[in-house]
Design a protein around this ligand. Structure first.
Ligand code: G6P
Ligand code: ZN
Length: 565
């Protein structure tokens, strides 16, 4: 394939700024219709190139990959044309612009690319009426740090023009390399296989033959939720591991994810939960739209919270060849994630870092070799093998643990709690409340934490349980590597005995505000009748206290959360 000898010229297009192009927790996410406005996507991509690459823009080599949602291919063509207009020398792109987020991170690292644009709104619904998103990742394969995203935002506020080669047409549906001449300089587009690099990498990290042997006597289900993981699941679990093809569900990538939320949790992956409840299967995993999130279930839909999943993997990393070879440094979790992993770290004598919400905060710790494994309550688990969280990796990690311990998922958890105690955990989300109500709720909690009498006060649930406040603050993080400070990362009310309440506003919503309430109740290991009880029952009293102290019902008018995870 080749672009022939046609020489293309660069156009400079006049534009003016759009409000609100501030990248959130994970890039810029908005309704598709917002991205479809003339110049909107162009402005953001141009700002991303300037801020992400600075004086390295000319001659850079960038990756483009997306989760296959509506508008991905159109955005990919725009990025190619704008990159060509800005002197980028080469674009590496997945066939039809499809690559999972973890695969993007791996490919940037493997081929030492300058960075990349990831086209996804993760687990948000897709389609013409759904969401779209663009995220810039740097040359370490991870999401751009705040220094870069703030710069992108600043540039979007003053942008006056962008550079583009608007008549450049590239066939991204065929593997191969196309060569063009733009303003006298060569410009190359290489279309690569969607799964090959990633699958080969997983084979290096895990003991595929051992997992394959283990799977011969097990029945498992893997649910792609019509997101990007479908082809990866088929390659790994059907072609490599020999599972029957009906063990991989919803593997066709659909631009609107079949009209559903491609988010692996008990609400949006309820179909899978229901199948698992029937008791025919030993293990199941589900993945989000772009393949970085995961949910793990055992026999009869035994649910592993992402917080416990992180802790169990931390305690069992020696079952994975990658960690036997590279050793295990410390661990990290986002602040709202339960302290279950801290307990493992303590016992193993490892460091455990607590970062703000957002995978980008793990990047520096990984690059500085401080941690080997990290995770978030928001169904994200990952390691130093890349700089994004990785859903398929997490499923393979769990299968490695099951294969080596020869235990069921439930027994792995029961044995874990027996050693460490149990951090019951739930998150209540109130989606699409007014920004005003969200801000009022946080302001009220600010007043609570600033009140000198709050510390030491005892909060009592309607059912009588008492919790004494040990610490109340707004979480602030100083990055131990670059010293950067991130303030106001969430209200924390920490109780004596290790239970916690956290409140924050989501940074990934695309309209209004989403209030997240994180509830954690710690039960010591010497109390099996307590740690074996139902999670929502165990958490009931603290949930009631959370609603009282935040005045959530009064301020939002909401009686029930939109989603409970
Ligand atoms: C994305 C990010 C995660 C983050 C999650 C929730 O998945 O990659 O790092 O934890 O969104 O973020 P939010 O700000 O909506 O709570
Ligand atoms: Zn995602």
């Amino acid at each position: 394939m080749s672009g022939g000898t046609t020489s293309y010229t660069v156009e400079t297009v006049k534009t003016s700024p759009f409000d609100g192009q501030k990248p959130g927790t994970s890039g810029l996410r908005k309704a598709v219709t917002v991205f479809q406005q003339a110049h909107y996507t162009e402005n953001f991509v141009q700002a991303g190139l300037w801020a992400g690459l600075g004086d390295k823009l000319k001659g850079s080599v960038l990756l483009v990959g997306g989760d296959g949602r509506f508008f991905c291919e159109e955005a990919a063509h725009l990025i190619i044309r704008i990159a060509a207009g800005n002197g980028v020398s080469k674009i590496v792109i997945g066939k039809k612009a499809i690559l999972s987020t973890p695969a993007c991170s791996h490919i940037i690292r493997k081929y030492k690319l300058s960075g990349g644009f990831l086209l996804t709104a993760s687990h948000n619904p897709g389609g013409p009426d759904g969401d779209f998103g663009i995220k810039y990742n740097t040359d370490n394969g991870g999401p751009a740090p705040e220094g870069v995203t703030n710069k992108i935002y600043e540039l979007t506020k003053t942008i006056k023009e962008y550079k583009i080669v608007s008549n450049l047409k590239v066939d991204i549906g065929q593997l191969g390399t196309s060569k063009f001449t733009v303003g006298g300089e060569p410009f190359v587009v290489e279309v690569i296989d969607n799964t090959a690099d990633y699958v080969e990498f997983m084979k290096q990290i895990f003991d595929f033959p051992a997992i394959k042997t283990f799977l011969q006597t097990k029945r498992v289900l893997l649910n792609a939720m019509n997101g990007v993981t479908g082809p990866y699941l088929r390659k790994i679990f059907v072609e490599e591991m020999g599972l029957p093809s009906d063990s991989c569900l919803n593997c066709e990538i659909l631009p609107d994810f079949g009209g559903k939320h491609p988010d692996p949790n008990l609400t949006y992956a309820k179909d899978l939960v229901d199948i698992m409840k029937a008791g025919q299967h030993d293990f199941a995993a589900a993945f989000d739209g772009d393949g970085d999130r995961n949910m793990i279930l055992g026999h009869r839909a035994f649910f592993v919270t992402p917080c416990d999943s992180l802790a169990v993997l931390a305690a069992n990393l020696e079952s994975i060849p990658y960690f036997r070879q590279n050793g295990v440094k410390g661990f990290a979790r986002s602040m709202p994630t339960s302290e279950a992993v801290d307990k493992v770290a303590q016992r193993l004598g490892k460091d455990c870092y607590q970062t703000p919400t957002g995978w980008k905060f793990f990047g520096n710790l990984m690059d500085a070799d401080k941690i080997s494994l990290c995770g978030e309550e928001s169904f994200g688990t990952g390691s130093t093998h890349i700089r994004e969280k990785d859903g398929v990796w997490a499923a393979l990690a769990w299968l490695s643990v099951l294969a080596s311990t020869k235990k069921t998922v439930q027994d792995v958890l029961l044995d874990h709690w027996n050693i460490y105690g149990r951090n019951f955990f739930t998150r209540y989300d109130y989606e699409n409340v007014s920004s005003e109500a969200g801000e009022k709720l946080i302001a009220g909690l600010e007043a609570f934490i600033k009140n000198p009498n709050s510390k030491g006060t005892t909060l009592t649930a309607p059912t009588g349980q008492k919790y004494k406040v040990a610490v109340a603050d707004n979480f602030e993080y100083t990055d131990p590597i670059d010293g950067s400070v991130s303030k106001n990362q969430g209200i924390r009310i920490l109780f004596e005995g290790g239970s916690r309440l956290i409140f924050r506003l989501s940074g990934t919503g695309s309209s209004g505000a989403t209030i997240r309430v994180y509830v954690e109740e710690y039960v010591k290991s010497d109390n099996p009748s307590a740690y074996e009880q139902d999670a929502q029952a165990a958490l009931g009293p603290l949930v009631a206290i959370a609603l009282q102290v935040s005045k959530l019902r009064e301020l939002t008018g909401r009686d029930q959360p939109t989603v409970i995870t």
